[in-house]
Design a binder for this molecule. Structure first.
Ligand code: GTP
Ligand code: MG
Length: 202
């Protein structure tokens, strides 16, 4: 899978306002500031496509991006778990995310982004358990790998796997990435391509 064309389609405040489309959707989610928007820009090779900010809480809507003129949609969701967002706002983001996960028929798979420098966070664990409970497929993307050396990355990923295996019988697909260094792009796009071709064979 190569991305030859990527363009912003629409921002929606609710799942009911999302595009009435048939394209398979891949959604990017994770704690605020984990690097979702940066990763989307890296995958699409387009710097300003999704808005990146050093201040957490930048992405507040469901953002649809059209990939390869209608081949599939990439979806940027608000980050969860940002402490400085007022409680009411937090609940609003939370319901946007859960509604999208449970009601969006076009949703094919989630990518749950986690910062490779940190051990498993409760909020990520809870979200993955929620997805598992409802049978929503997901993969894990480790972000910001350029902030550690290779051995440290490996150690961190191994610890994450061990933690997951305490509650999960098998591990989801996992990708180590750095948006700053363009790391992990081919593997993720290859994975998306294989998921789409499996859908087409059904
Ligand atoms: P919200 O939309 O606020 O939820 O954040 P987000 O998850 O979309 O994060 P965003 O892509 O805006 O990045 C947050 C900060 O992390 C920015 O300052 C980025 O430059 C930085 N960042 C993102 N990815 C990487 C990476 O791979 N390496 C490094 N070194 N910094 C990164
Ligand atoms: Mg963002």
């Amino acid at each position: 899978m190569n991305i030859t064309n990527a363009k912003f389609l629409v921002s929606s405040a609710k799942v009911t306002q999302c595009p009435n489309s048939k394209q398979p959707e891949f959604a990017f989610i994770g704690r605020s500031n984990v690097g979702k928007s940066s990763l989307i820009n890296m995958l699409c090779n387009q710097k300003g496509l999704a808005k990146v900010s050093a201040t957490p809480g930048k992405t507040q809507l469901i953002n649809h991006f059209d990939i390869n003129n209608g081949e599939w949609y990439l979806v940027d969701l608000p980050g969860y778990g940002y402490a400085k967002v007022p409680l009411g706002e937090k609940a609003k983001f939370q319901s946007i995310i859960t509604d999208y996960a449970l009601k969006r028929e076009q949703l094919t798979s989630f990518f749950v982004l986690v910062d490779v420098r940190h051990p498993m966070q409760t909020i990520d664990r809870n979200f993955m358990e929620f997805l598992g409970l409802h049978g929503v497929p997901f993969s894990i993307i480790f972000t910001k790998a350029d902030k550690l050396n290779e051995a440290q990355v490996q150690k961190s990923v191994d610890a994450y796997k061990a933690e997951m295996l305490k509650t999960w019988q098998s591990l989801p697909p996992m990708f180590v990435t750095s948006s700053a260094k363009f790391k992990g792009r081919d593997l993720i796009l290859g994975y998306i391509g294989s998921v789409i071709s499996n859908l087409e064979q059904r």
